[in-house]
Design a protein around this ligand. Structure first.
Ligand SMILES: Cc1cc2nc3c(=O)[nH]c(=O)nc-3n(C[C@H](O)[C@H](O)[C@H](O)COP(=O)(O)O)c2cc1C
Length: 201
């Protein structure tokens, strides 16, 4: 089968891409606006860009009405954010933060997490997250305009927070202890259970 993506409706293209690009890690992002209101939201179009100096990126698409999501609006006002990893036990608060919560009310409406001050960026970080990257904005790459247009947010990682117990060999995060949630399509997620060790790498 060959699928012409230009003939698809936005929702059909979404379903195809999010079921083909799997599993995806989830960037759980805290931002603040110029009034100091904190926002939290998850984004699974998330990846690393380069490791030295470290830069990571996630993509926030505009809403159907063409408006920018609060995460983008906030980063345009205060160009700093914290990207947290999502462990399996944080699925429920992470999903709760994806609801359209009025500005400034996110943290009151989400149970199971607490915010603590970051070391060098203004947005606070989630205390319960196993890994948190404090980032300053490197750049925003806008792709198209209006409904569904992408805003690729590139962040320079300034500080990484993790629990001492997650560090393996003094230099890596232990994947089993991190227990990161992977995003599939629809309402499906996965966790890492079987790891394949390559003999050739
Ligand atoms: C697991 C998960 C992954 C998501 N990934 C994305 C994504 O990659 N890009 C995006 O624009 N929205 C994504 N969303 C939807 C946003 O989280 C949602 O639109 C949210 O309300 C945006 O919040 P904000 O307006 O506070 O920025 C995802 C939602 C969930 C639950």
């Amino acid at each position: 089968m060959k699928i012409d993506l230009s003939s698809l409706a936005p929702r059909e293209a979404h379903d195809l891409l999010t079921s083909a690009i799997i599993p995806r890690p989830i960037a759980w992002v805290s931002t603040v606006n110029k009034n100091g209101d904190v926002n939290l939201a998850p984004f699974s179009f998330f990846t690393g860009v380069q490791w030295y100096p470290p830069v990571i990126a996630f993509s926030v698409v505009n809403r159907e009405d063409g408006s920018k999501k609060d995460t983008v609006v906030n980063i345009e006002q205060i160009p700093e954010f914290v990207v947290h990893s999502v462990s399996v036990d944080l699925l429920m608060p992470m999903e709760a933060s994806a609801q359209r919560i009025p500005i400034g009310r996110d943290i009151q409406e989400i149970s199971g997490i607490h915010l603590i001050a970051s070391d060098i960026v203004i947005p606070p970080r989630i205390c319960e997250a196993a890994v948190a990257f404090e980032c300053s904005l490197e750049k925003i790459i806008t792709v198209n305009e209006g409904a569904n247009a992408g805003n690729l947010i590139l962040g320079r990682v300034k500080v990484l927070h993790t629990d001492d117990t997650l560090i393996e060999n003094g230099r890596e995060i232990d994947w089993a202890k991190l227990n990161a949630l992977g995003r599939l399509s629809g309402n499906r997620y996965c966790e890492i259970r079987d790891v394949i060790r390559s003999e050739t790498n």
